[in-house]
Design a protein around this ligand. Structure first.
Ligand SMILES: [Zn+2]
Length: 60
C-alpha cells in the first residue's frame, strides 16, 4: 500500500499519520491517509466532506 499522503503526497510515516476508514458493503476500507490532522482537515475542507454530514444536527 502506498505511503503517500492523500492530501499532499508526502510520506505519511515521516510524520504522525492519521488514517481514515469507511465501511463499504460491510467491509472496513481505508480511504485516506494523512501526515497529520492538518492534512486531514485541509482535505476535508477542500472536498467539502463535512457539508451536512454531522449526525448530531437536524437540518430540517
Ligand atoms: Zn500530508
Amino acid at each position: 500500500m502506498s505511503k503517500a499522503c492523500t492530501y499532499c503526497g508526502s510520506d505519511v510515516h515521516a510524520h504522525e499519520p492519521v488514517f481514515v476508514d469507511e465501511e463499504q458493503g460491510g467491509e472496513r476500507t481505508t480511504i485516506g491517509q494523512f501526515c497529520n490532522y492538518a492534512c486531514l482537515a485541509r482535505y476535508i475542507e477542500e472536498n467539502e466532506l463535512e457539508t451536512g454530514a454531522c449526525c448530531q444536527i437536524d437540518l430540517s
